[in-house]
Design a protein around this ligand. Structure first.
Ligand code: ZN
Length: 209
């Protein structure tokens, strides 16, 4: 029903080349996968286990590539290592004026205190599944929350819909991803009466400008 405009995926992974997604990696080893994309970020997730290549991350940032996804994930061990890497990556994002794309799984408290302390200029908390209070604090710190279909299973979902947010699939770019994004934006537009796809694209184009 006319919610087809504004198709921009605020968080996806490298698949088919497109300008309609902000594409991130989970490891600095995947840098070559980013070359066909216009909106891109190089990152490292705790699941990658090995150490990120910080020199490469910094070099990429100098060349205009954003930083992400990076973050904290309770499903994987070594909290101190995770935190050290998260802080270093955030400092690169700040030093090079790049967006930080943040991944948080069951570590909202710790991640928020680091964000509060390090104050990244521009950041997105992707795949947000936290509380209303956490969402409000992220927004007050200048961050953007991005919702994937998983958000619908959280207890704060109805309240989150009243806040500004971007929308994402967290899938590899391609036809299936675009179908999923269209369905998700359509669902949210029905629930809110707002053209969520168009609003999300506006929010993302603003931060990516
Ligand atoms: Zn992702």
């Amino acid at each position: 029903m006319g919610y087809h405009e504004g198709m921009f995926d605020s968080h996806a992974h490298p698949g088919t080349p497109t300008d309609d997604a902000f594409v991130c990696t989970a490891s600095t080893k995947d840098i070559q996968l980013l070359s066909p994309f216009r909106f891109r970020a190089l990152g490292w997730l705790p699941e990658s286990r090995s150490e990120p290549d910080f020199d490469l991350l910094d070099k990429a940032a100098v060349e205009g590539i954003h930083i992400g996804e990076i973050g904290l994930d309770r499903r994987f061990g070594d909290k101190e290592k995770q935190e050290r890497i998260f802080r270093t990556a955030l400092s690169i994002a700040s030093a090079r004026s790049r967006i930080a794309v943040v991944h948080i799984v069951r570590e909202y408290g710790r991640a928020l205190s680091i964000l509060r302390e390090m104050k990244p200029e521009r950041f997105i908390v992707h795949g947000f599944t936290g509380s209303l209070e956490t969402a409000r604090e992220i927004i007050s710190l200048g961050g953007i929350i991005s919702l994937s279909p998983r958000a619908e299973r959280t207890s704060a979902f109805d309240e989150l819909l009243k806040l500004p947010f971007a929308t994402e699939t967290d899938m590899a770019t391609g036809k299936e991803e675009m179908r999923a994004l269209m369905a998700w934006n359509g669902r949210l537009s029905e629930l809110t009466g707002i053209d969520i796809g168009a609003r999300s694209e506006r929010v993302m184009k603003e931060i990516l400008a």
